[in-house]
Design a protein around this ligand. Structure first.
Ligand code: SAM
Length: 294
């Protein structure tokens, strides 16, 4: 029986047969550890009831595991050299579709409608992400009008720590808040750099994002503007919230007075650091500044 794609021997054999040299520019680090691959599928709680989108199938190591567990798998791969390889190695699976597409250009709601036999089934994203575009991919997924049942993705450990950071830590920032706005984030497990071919310079972690269980306590007046405001508040992390607010809103005496009144009303100390504010406090602050036309 042929060994699974994610085994070291089979990966080596496939790379040799097709003359594959991994491309740094596409963030190609292939996973060659069947335990890790199977644990990713478990962390995503994939069942035959799920439609799965995989970003960057590479030579199909994770795709194969997903095909065995999921109803259908749609895999988007940017590297056209890998398309014929994937067609061959995944030929035994009739529930997999591979498209030669850049995930950042893809129209995901359209693809879900067109490619899945039953688009109403839960859709999960599972991927060993290309690390150079982790944040843009996550932001795109969250911006898409799709109710993701789960997003279970491997990324650089440091980025995983930012996604799951608590207020008051140095990892906490605009990215943490952008995720928290829509999802809950948890690190499922860490992964050593040694299980990849080639080994990257960083360790990795699997993050599982699930839809928020409870709605936001306060709605922002405008989501786009809220996040513009949050980024401005974090422009100088080591300065006080007050300093950052002045840089963002203005330093005129009348403005300062209004700012001071709003902070007092919200019981936020001007001398606090931006990383101490919760998402709810950022929303209330942005709403109050908007109401005061600041
Ligand atoms: N899933 C495979 C595995 O686990 O061994 C490969 C993972 S590798 C870290 C990332 C994959 O994403 C590569 O196959 C790369 O070509 C692909 N990729 C990079 N940028 C992409 C993009 N913008 N859209 C789709 N795929 C992309």
């Amino acid at each position: 029986k042929t060994p699974e794609i994610g085994s070291r021997t089979r990966t080596r054999a496939i790379m040799e047969k097709y003359g594959i040299h991994t491309k740094k520019g596409f963030g190609q680090n292939f996973l060659t550890d069947l335990n890790v691959l199977k644990n990713i599928v478990s962390a995503a709680e994939i069942s035959k009831d799920d439609n799965v989108i995989e970003i960057g199938p590479g030579i199909g190591a994770l795709t194969e595991q997903l095909a065995q567990a999921a109803g259908e798998v749609l895999a988007l791969e940017i590297d056209q050299d890998l398309i014929p390889v994937l067609a061959e190695v995944l030929a035994p699976y009739d529930n997999v579709t591979v498209l030669n597409q850049d995930v950042l250009q893809a129209n995901l709601p359209e693809l879900i409608k067109q490619q899945f036999a039953d688009p109403a089934k839960p859709v999960k994203v599972v991927a060993n992400l290309p690390y150079y575009i982790t944040s843009p991919i996550l932001m795109n997924l969250l911006a898409a009008p799709v109710d993701w049942a789960a997003i279970c993705v491997m990324m650089q450990k440091e980025v995983a720590q930012r996604l799951t950071a608590q207020p008051g830590t140095k990892q906490y920032g605009a990215l943490t808040l952008a995720i928290e706005y829509q999802m809950t984030a948890e690190i499922a497990f860490n992964v050593s750099r040694r299980v990849f071919v080639p080994a990257p310079n960083v360790d990795s972690a699997i993050v599982v994002l699930k839809p928020r269980a409870t709605p936001l306590a306060v709605e922002p007046f405008d989501k786009q503007k809220l996040f513009g405001f949050i980024r401005a508040c974090f422009a100088h992390r080591r300065k006080s919230l007050w300093n950052n607010l002045q840089a963002a809103v203005g330093k005129q005496p009348a403005v300062k007075e209004q700012l001071q009144a709003i902070l007092t009303q919200l019981a936020i100390s001007p001398q606090t650091r931006p990383e101490r504010l919760t998402l709810e406090q950022f929303i209330k602050l942005a709403n109050a500044l908007h109401a005061a036309q600041l």
